[in-house]
Write a protein of this length. Structure first.
Length: 394
């Protein structure tokens, strides 16, 4: 960590060139005697990554940035705020601290937070930034977080862990014991040091795999940001053996869509299947990831289009956690009809429980992306292949 990067001349150079390309800056160089152009460019690239993802850091003077990869891997402020919203207590330890975004927001809810980071340089960077941000109730420790917890004598209210997926699992179905640290392996020891554990895992993890590997799961949080699942959180509570609550959150620009259900009720529910009515509903990505296919129909009193077609319909317009469409017409999947009506035009194509891919349909009917028309190619309740023509309500 070159603290001289924070002097007035270097910070002025970073801010003046915040939108510049790295290659151009390296060729041009800089006359600083306290930092190399490579160090300055590394700061610029990381700060560029932080602009939308970490606005508090971006807009605070004298923040020191790590490599841009650390910024790419860290939680966004908006998802960190959500995580902190359901954490209460006096003490929390972040065992895999990273750039410290999560710990910073936990510190707004918890009296004393410990940030553990194995990488010495990154630990020093985070310690500096917390002082700049006036986050004085966070103690930074340069250590292996799991070893620090297990070998220490301190008992915490919460342990937070964000394990990383091992590189040799890329492209495979992976398990939590494929990650570092291996939480399932250490779970019994961790529960001796905290009654509550919050585990953040890759949104690519199969939820059923996580459930099979862990014990005492109280809640599973699925966090989507603008329709894309960003985080999957397993909330564990010592000796809890009740039903798992699934908490689905979709954070939008102007609102937060929330939906929850008990996981063990999903298969028990009986719902109605009908042909498309006046309105069409597409659940947000968090609900789909949670597998709430029957619960969403039951809670919102909607009919489903087919057991394996995860779209819903009604005659009355309702407020729904996802996208809502007004159905204009329903067409049989007939090449001549579709081509005559939509060939060589623009439309937004989606498929659900349909044997042909979106790209194949675009090619087949020469439809380009865009416009205000939405085409849903589906299998309906009568097992027929149809196209629903719709316009977006919200």
């Amino acid at each position: 960590m070159n603290i001289k990067l924070l002097n007035l001349d270097n910070q002025s150079f970073i801010n003046k060139n915040i939108n510049a390309k790295a290659s151009r800056l390296i060729l041009k160089g800089h006359k600083s005697t306290t930092a190399t152009i490579q160090e300055l460019v590394e700061q610029i690239e990381a700060k560029q990554k932080a602009k939308l993802k970490l606005p508090t850091w971006f807009n605070t003077a004298n923040i020191y940035y790590p490599n841009k990869l650390n910024i790419e891997q860290t939680s966004s402020e908006i998802t960190a705020q959500y995580k902190a919203s359901f954490i209460k207590g006096n003490t929390l330890i972040d065992a895999t601290g990273g750039f410290g975004i999560d710990a910073y927001y936990f510190s707004k809810q918890v009296a004393n937070v410990t940030h553990c980071e194995l990488n010495t340089k990154l630990s020093h960077i985070v310690s500096h930034n917390y002082k700049v941000l006036n986050a004085l109730n966070i103690n930074t420790i340069n250590a292996n977080g799991i070893e620090y917890i297990i070998n220490g004598t301190t008992v915490f209210d919460w342990i937070y862990i964000d394990p990383s997926r091992r590189h040799d699992t890329k492209g495979k179905v992976f398990y939590l014991n494929d990650c570092l640290p291996n939480v399932p392996k250490h779970l019994d020891e961790l529960f001796k040091k905290a009654k509550n554990i919050l585990l953040k895992v890759s949104p690519m993890l199969d939820i059923s795999v996580g459930i099979a590997e862990l014990n005492h799961i109280k809640n599973i949080h699925i966090i989507a940001l603008k329709g894309e699942v960003k985080e999957l959180l397993f909330e564990l509570s010592y000796e809890y053996d009740g039903s798992i609550t699934m908490s689905c959150v979709n954070i939008l620009h102007t609102q937060i869509q929330q939906f929850s259900f008990k996981k063990d009720t999903e298969k028990e529910l009986e719902i109605a299947y009908t042909l498309p009515q006046k309105y069409l509903y597409e659940p947000n990505a968090a609900i789909l990831k949670a597998g709430a296919f029957n619960n969403v129909a039951q809670q919102f009193k909607l009919n489903k289009l087919h057991k394996h077609t995860h779209l819903y319909t009604s005659n009355q317009l309702i407020e729904f956690p996802g996208r809502t469409f007004k159905i204009l017409e329903v067409l049989p999947f007939d090449k001549k009809i579709i081509k005559k009506k939509f060939g060589q035009t623009k439309a937004n194509i989606s498929t659900r429980n349909f044997p042909i891919t979106v790209q194949q349909l675009k090619t087949k009917f020469k439809i380009k992306d865009g416009g205000d028309t939405y085409l849903f190619f589906i299998t309906n309740a009568e097992h027929q292949k149809v196209s629903i023509v719709a316009e977006k309500v919200n």
